[in-house]
Design a protein around this ligand. Structure first.
Ligand code: SAM
Ligand code: SF4
Length: 457
C-alpha cells in the first residue's frame, strides 16, 4: 500500500500527547542529516505543543541549518513554461478545469513553445518546468515530445522538467529518453474522501491511479521524481505527513528519495469552483511546513513557487527552501505576450518580480542564486545524488556551479543585479573550504569571461 490513511491518522493522534522536550530531541536528530521517521514528523506537526514558544523558531532555524549542510547557500531558480490549458479534468480548484467556460483555451504550437523558451532563455533561465493540462487530443505525449525535442534543438535551455498528468510506462519511457530530468506530479490531497470531492470527473478522478504514477515513472527509468500536496484542500497536517510517507515508500521500495517536494498552496483562480479555501494554511504554518519537509527529507529540493508573496519567499529561504521559480506566468504564451491574462491563467500568482529582481534579492539576502543544471547532465541523479547530498559532499559542487552559472548570467542577461551578483560571487569564492576547488572555479571564471559557456562540475 502506497499510503495508509489509518496509519497516518493514528500517528497524528498519538503525537497529540507529545511535548516540547520531544521536539527538541527530534531537532538534534535532524542535524545528523539522516531524515526523520514518520513518528518524529507527526510530533513536529503537533504544533499546539510549541506554537509561539522559542521552539517554533528553533524548528525553522534547524531546517535552515540542514539546508545549508546539504546544499550550501545556493538557491536554484527556474520558470514554468505552460504548454496548454485545454483540460479534460474538472479539478474544482483550477482555472483550467473543463467546466470553466470562460477560460480562453490555448495549446501552443511547437513553434510558439520554442518562442516562449527563447524568451525565457534571453532572460537568463537555463532550467524550465514544462506544465501541461491533461488532454489526450491536445497535450498528449507525442505533442509534449515534439515540444521537448524542439526546445533542446533550437534553444540553449539546458534541462527540462515536466509536470503533467500520469501516463502509461511506455509514454513515460519516451519522455525520459527525450531528456526530461524530473517528472513531477502532485497528489493534490492524499485524503481519499477529499480527493474524490475535488475531482468530480475526468481521468484525474482515480485517486489510486494518480498515487501510483511515481511507481510507473520509476519503471520507465526516471530516478528523479517530484511529489507534493496542494495545501488548503484538506488538513495540512495529514497531507504533509502523507507526502513524507510517500517519500518513505519510494525510498523503502526503490531506494530513492523524491528529488523534489513542492509546496504549492491554493490560490484564487478565475473559474475555480471553490469560493474559499477549505482548509486555509496561514503563512506562519506554511513556513513550518517548508521546514518540516526539509528536516524529514534533507536531500530533497524543497520548491516554493510564485504562488507565494515575495516577503514569504524571502522568509522560507532561511527555513529550508532550496528551489524557487521566478518571473512566472501560468498561462500558455504568457512570456511572449508579457502580461498576465487572467482568463487564461491557471491561478493568480503573488510574486510578480522578474528573474533579475529575484536574483538580486536572493543575493542581497546572503544566498547564492544558481542557474545550475549540472547534476542531471552528468548522471548525479537518483541514488547517486542522494548519497552525495547525505554525505555533505554535494554542496561543493552546488557552490562551484552556482558561481559559474551566475557569472554567465551577469555577462549575458543581468540588468540591475550585476553588482550584487559580483559581490555574491566574491563572497562564495571566499567561503570555499577546498583551495583546489576555488582555483579551479577561478580558472573557469576566466574562461567564461573569455566567451566559453556551459562549464560545470
Ligand atoms: N494537469 C496536470 C495535473 O493536474 O497534474 C499538471 C499540471 S497542473 C497545471 C499543476 C498543478 O497546479 C496541479 O497539480 C495543482 O497542484 C496546481 N494547481 C491547480 N490549481 C491551483 C490553484 N488554484 N492554486 C494553486 N495551485 C494550483
Ligand atoms: Fe486540469 Fe491539472 Fe487543472 Fe486539474 S489541475 S483542471 S488536471 S490542469
Amino acid at each position: 500500500m502506497i499510503i495508509d490513511k489509518e496509519k497516518i491518522q493514528t500517528l497524528l493522534l498519538n503525537a497529540e500527547s507529545s511535548s516540547g522536550a520531544d521536539v527538541s530531541s527530534i531537532l538534534k536528530k535532524a542535524l545528523d542529516l539522516k531524515g526523520l521517521s514518520l513518528e518524529d514528523v507527526a510530533v513536529l506537526l503537533n504544533i499546539g505543543a510549541y506554537r509561539h514558544t522559542p521552539l517554533q523558531n528553533k524548528i525553522l532555524e534547524t531546517a535552515g541549518q540542514v539546508k545549508e549542510e546539504v546544499f550550501g547557500k545556493r538557491i536554484v531558480l527556474f520558470a514554468p513554461l505552460y504548454l496548454s490549458n485545454e483540460c479534460v479534468n474538472n479539478c474544482l480548484y483550477c482555472g483550467f478545469r473543463v467546466e470553466n467556460k470562460k477560460a480562453v483555451r490555448k495549446t501552443l504550437t511547437v513553434e510558439n513553445v520554442v518562442t516562449e523558451a527563447k524568451a525565457l532563455e534571453a532572460k537568463g533561465y537555463k532550467r524550465l518546468l514544462l506544465v501541461a493540462a491533461e488532454n489526450p487530443a491536445r497535450s498528449n505525449v507525442d505533442y509534449i515530445l515534439d515540444a521537448i525535442n524542439a526546445i533542446y534543438k533550437e534553444t540553449g535551455i539546458r534541462i527540462l522538467h515536466l509536470n503533467a498528468a500520469p501516463m502509461p510506462v511506455k509514454d513515460l519511457r519516451r519522455l525520459k529518453d527525450a531528456g526530461i530530468g524530473v517528472f513531477q506530479v502532485f497528489q493534490e490531497t492524499y485524503h481519499p474522501g477529499t480527493y474524490e470531492k475535488m475531482h468530480p470527473s475526468g481521468n484525474k478522478r482515480d485517486y489510486e491511479h494518480r498515487l501510483s504514477v511515481m511507481d510507473s515513472a520509476i519503471e520507465a527509468g526516471f530516478d528523479d521524481l517530484g511529489i507534493g500536496a496542494l495545501l488548503g484542500l484538506y488538513d495540512w497536517r495529514f497531507d504533509v505527513l502523507a507526502t513524507i510517507s510517500h517519500a518513505h515508500y519510494l525510498k523503502d521500495r526503490y531506494g530513492i528519495w523524491p528529488h523534489t517536494i513542492s509546496v504549492p498552496r491554493l490560490r484564487p483562480a478565475s473559474g475555480s469552483q471553490l469560493t474559499e479555501t477549505p482548509y486555509p494554511v496561514p503563512d506562519e504554518e506554511f513556513k513550518l511546513i517548508v521546514a518540516i519537509y526539509r528536516l524529514a527529507v534533507p536531500t530533497a529540493g524543497v520548491v516554493v513557487s510564485t504562488r507565494e508573496s515575495a516577503e514569504l519567499r524571502r522568509d522560507v529561504l532561511a527555513t529550508g527552501a532550496s528551489q524557487i521559480s521566478a518571473g512566472s506566468k501560468t498561462e500558455p504564451g504568457g512570456y511572449k505576450e508579457n502580461e498576465e491574462h487572467y482568463e487564461a491563467a491557471q491561478f493568480g500568482i503573488d510574486d510578480h518580480r522578474s528573474l533579475d529582481e529575484v536574483i538580486e534579492d536572493v543575493a542581497r539576502l546572503g544566498y547564492m542564486p544558481s542557474l545550475c543544471t549540472s547534476c542531471y547532465r552528468v548522471g548525479r541523479t537518483g541514488k547517486n545524488f542522494h548519497e552525495m547530498a547525505f554525505s555533505g559532499d554535494l554542496k561543493d559542487y552546488c557552490s562551484a556551479n552556482a558561481v559559474l552559472t551566475l557569472k554567465e548570467y551577469i555577462l549575458d542577461s543581468a540588468n540591475g543585479s550585476k553588482y550584487t551578483c559580483e559581490e555574491a560571487i566574491k563572497k562564495e569564492l571566499g567561503g570555499m573550504r577546498d583551495e583546489n576547488l576555488r582555483y579551479g572555479v577561478e580558472e573557469r571564471l576566466i574562461r567564461i569571461e573569455a566567451g566559453e559557456r556551459d562549464i560545470f562540475y
